[in-house]
Design a protein around this ligand. Structure first.
Ligand SMILES: [Zn+2]
Length: 87
């Protein structure tokens, strides 16, 4: 993904992780300390493996830890319950 596209997503999302709201930065300069901010990654709201797209509307700014923790989970993934039986 181009830096320009990533910057666009970062602006839209306010340079914050959409999951934990942590302040993020896209550009990583090893010669300067990152401080309290984290490096930004681009997360797929609906993962590609679950039918998501690369459209801007499906992309979210996320910090590395949140992105990795999510894996391929859907935004509203919940344990499937077999209770009920309204059939
Ligand atoms: Zn986060």
């Amino acid at each position: 993904m181009s830096l320009r596209r990533r910057l666009r997503i970062a602006r839209r999302d306010g340079d914050r992780c959409w999951i934990c709201q942590h302040q993020l930065r896209l550009d990583y300069d090893p010669s300067r300390p990152v401080g309290p901010t984290r490096i930004a990654t681009i997360d797929h709201y609906v993962p590609l493996s679950r039918g998501g797209s690369n459209a801007l509307s499906n992309l979210r700014l996320a910090c590395g830890p949140c992105n990795w923790r999510r894996g391929n989970a859907l935004p509203d993934d919940r344990p499937v319950t077999t209770a009920g039986g309204d059939r």
